[in-house]
Design a protein around this ligand. Sequence first.
Ligand code: TGC
Ligand code: FAD
Length: 388
Amino acid sequence: MSSKLNPLDLYDIRSELSEDEIIVKDSVGRYVDEKVIPLMSDAFEQHNFPRHLIGELAELGLLGSSINGYECAGLNSVSYGLICQELERGDSGLRSFVSVQSSLVMFPIYTYGSEEQKQRWLPIMARGEAIGCFGLTEPHGGSDPSNMKTHAKRDGEDWILNGSKMWITNATIADIAIVWAKTDEGVKGFIVEKDMPGFETQEIKNKFSLRASVTGALFFNNVRIPEANVLPGTSSLKGPLSCLTQARYGICWGVIGAAQACLNEVLDYTQDRILFERPIANTQTIQIRMAEMGRQITAAQLMSLRLGRIKDKDQLNPTQVSLAKWNNCRAAIDIARDARDILGGAGISAEYVSIRHMLNLESVITYEGTETVHQLIVGKELTGVNAF
Ligand code: TGC
Ligand code: FAD
């Protein structure tokens, strides 16, 4: 007789993890249980990103955790995935903060930056003393960044930047923005510092999703950028798109955490909710719905672990990330919506986590490439035809 399975890990993914990976998962998991989950419902209701957590995330080594050197932890890709999963079990907004800081700001500085840029920014970003944001999306359409209007022109030793970016995580709390702009020499990445004259930010308020995360717009009006703030290692759209591959990979894992939180909630709730003289967990329909959640979570876990192992061998193809981003976000949002329904009227209350995860996942399925974008990336791979 085999022992009872863990409902949140039906294929015992844990047994596939190294000792180091288990330590990362368990320590971040404990932190999320003790310090994050108790405050996220309020933070979401109050539309407030709990900034005091940044120092704690830094102390745990979670900022730029995949980078070697520069005071970063140098963890492998599976560990980064597990960090995202545990943080998003708390709230997608917190995982978003870490995704942007690590994959979208520290990664491009590490990969495309000069040694001076790395020395200047990476250690203070790892310590949480400087916060970053990533400006690619523009108001007229984020799915097609090749149509960006933001541009920069050389002026002597400097560059002059004009344009705007929309829907930018961390916009108003960031010390630096990695801004992607068209130039006569191709698409380049600029490190825009918050005090540079002509650079302004504005928070986007009244969101129904990711309320515990800061989102805003960036405006550039003749911002003078010294050559020392240009990332020298990239001059095409491949630069920003390669950053997206890193962040999308983290999301593949992250949304598993959100889905696990929802399944966990309904597993408890349905045991105690007595209707027609029996717990609703004893009905076939509720069991089938929760079994479906278990099936989807297991598939997402297997895809993410395989993706992580391929990434750690440096053999990752971005299309493989698109397939998992599509699959896992779709699974997580379906699970969250169904969990909300199983909770009945209680499911609309902030006392339960499912509706918060459900609302957050509306952003997660949209940002870092919408579901349609990822389907078309996979379609292009299968057919060889670009149908965008
Ligand atoms: P395309 O011709 O396909 O590609 C141009 C060059 O880039 C290469 N490439 C990639 N490289 C690495 N990773 C990827 N994911 C890559 N995708 C493409 C490609 O091989 C090519 O290289 P080369 O050497 O041949 O020049 O470019 P396209 O203009 O046709 O675009 C294709 C498309 C639609 C897939 C792309 O534009 C896209 O991915 N659109 C979606 C945009 C998006 O995801 N934006 C996200 C903004 S950031 C964000 O949402 C942060 S939220 C964070 C949070 O809070 O957690
Ligand atoms: P659009 O591109 O206008 O898409 C509208 C609809 O058209 C979508 O349903 C899309 O799937 C569909 N569509 C697009 N192309 C096709 C096609 N060829 N065929 C059929 N349908 C198509 N961006 C950043 O740069 N940095 C950030 O930090 C950041 N953070 C974000 C945080 C939040 C909370 C949100 C919501 C967004 C964030 N974004 C960020 C922006 C995000 O990446 C974009 O919202 C996303 O890429 C989609 O762009 P869009 O909103 O302009 O939608």
